[in-house]
Design a protein around this ligand. Structure first.
Ligand code: PLP
Length: 391
């Protein structure tokens, strides 16, 4: 194992040993197709059914409400475009509501619906990146047939008041989707407490491999497929199921549920260690909520005005710590994050944003060491920035 300290768990996570051990047989001896009638096919089908039960327990729902998907992006696309298809087929209105801080896997389908003539409202967020349930209620009209608001934001860690948002939608009888990709394993995700119609997960964010996701769809949610083929996943996600990946996400879900309380405590501790140390850098400002109850455990995001996010990431990398920046590079031009702009961060400040995200496989000791290394990397960047600033 490398001696890098990996603090980029919101980007992806390592596959856990227990998960790897559970999935490996389905890549070798037990390589049957779950649709085959013979013994190996039946074994594979049983493994898929077992994983469906494990994921259902994590979300507190029935197994037949769980669909395995190719990843979080596909789950979100089906929840949105598949809902729009259903709305059109059933004469419902062509109005969607979402927020300004969604992941591209939600904003992309929303833009696509706009191109088809749908009206889409993008709800604002406050300075901490939170959507107001009252704003949502006001935006719902007689033609609203689809709402999509993420549970946790990947860049700034804001945890939406999801139960209240979903209740506002349910009160008006409107379909409500949530992208819960960042929440699994770090927060309770209970679809009986939050009355969502559909919800997306992605395996690689909670220690299963990349390329496997889940869509929870409540019975009667009102969805149509957007991909056509065989009848797998009850026709909603056709294509031969990747049994090994499904077994992996099932095992990861089982571990996430069993270890949730412990994870939340240790991730909050690591988050506090990083926060206490790094906010000492002159001018550093936290982005997203400060209150740990409103923030994803283990997640810290900040801006260092005058610095560039990519430079901070590279300096951290040279010290052996893996983190992310919030700015995106399009055709050689570095652009500030739309999420930070939506929270009212000035665009020059937004260019100096970083995200540090601890996970289950980090230790408190490692975070203490990383906090020291990041502090010296950030101080060096910040000194360089002040020496460049005009007197
Ligand atoms: N939604 C959020 C909030 C994410 O952070 C990500 C991944 O970064 C996705 C969706 C996409 O998930 P996947 O990588 O499985 O397609």
């Amino acid at each position: 194992m490398s001696d890098q300290i990996y603090l980029d768990n919101s980007a992806t996570t390592r596959v856990r040993q227990e998960v790897l051990e559970a999935m490996l047989p389905y890549l070798s001896d037990q390589a049957g197709n779950p649709s085959s009638l013979h013994a190996m096919g039946r074994q594979a089908a049983e493994a898929v059914a077992g994983a469906r039960e494990q994921v259902a327990r994590l979300l507190n729902c029935e197994a037949d409400e769980i669909y395995f998907t190719p990843c979080g992006t596909y789950s979100n696309n089906t929840a949105i475009i598949g809902r729009a298809r259903f709305a059109e087929a059933n004469g419902l209105g062509r109005h969607m509501i979402t927020s300004r801080i969604e992941h591209p896997a939600v904003l992309g389908p929303a833009k696509y619906l706009e191109s088809l003539g749908w009206r889409v409202d993008y709800l604002p967020v406050d300075r901490e990146g939170l959507v107001s349930p009252a704003d949502l209620e006001r935006s719902i009209g007689p033609d609203t047939s689809l709402i999509s608001i993420m549970w946790v934001n990947n860049e700034i860690g804001s945890v939406q008041p999801l139960a209240a948002l979903a209740a506002a939608a349910a009160g008006a009888g409107v379909y409500f989707h949530t992208d819960a990709v960042q929440a699994a394993g770090k927060l309770p995700v209970d679809v009986q407490r939050a009355e969502v119609s559909t919800l997306s997960l992605s395996g690689h964010k909670f220690h299963a491999p990349k390329g496997i996701g889940v869509l929870f769809a409540r019975r009667g949610a009102g969805l149509m497929p957007i991909v056509f083929g065989g009848g797998q996943e009850r026709g909603l996600f056709p294509g031969t199921q990747s049994v090994a990946d499904i077994v992996a996400i099932g095992k990861a879900a089982e571990l996430a549920l069993a270890e949730l309380d412990e994870n939340m405590i240790s991730l909050r501790r690591m988050q506090q260690i990083l926060m206490d140390k790094l906010l000492a850098v002159d001018g550093a400002q936290i982005t997203g909520p400060r209150d740990p109850q409103k923030r994803l455990p283990g997640h810290l995001s900040l801006v260092l005005p005058g610095c560039r996010g990519e430079a901070l990431v590279m300096r951290a990398d040279l010290k052996g710590v893996c983190i992310s920046s919030g700015s995106a590079c399009h055709k050689g031009i570095v652009e500030p994050s739309q999420v930070l702009l939506a929270c009212g961060v000035a665009d020059t400040d937004a260019l100096g944003s970083v995200r540090i995200s601890a996970g289950r496989l980090n230790s408190v000791e490692e975070c203490r060491k990383a906090a020291d290394l990041l502090l010296s990397a950030f101080l060096a960047c910040s000194r360089q920035a002040s020496s460049r600033a005009p007197a």
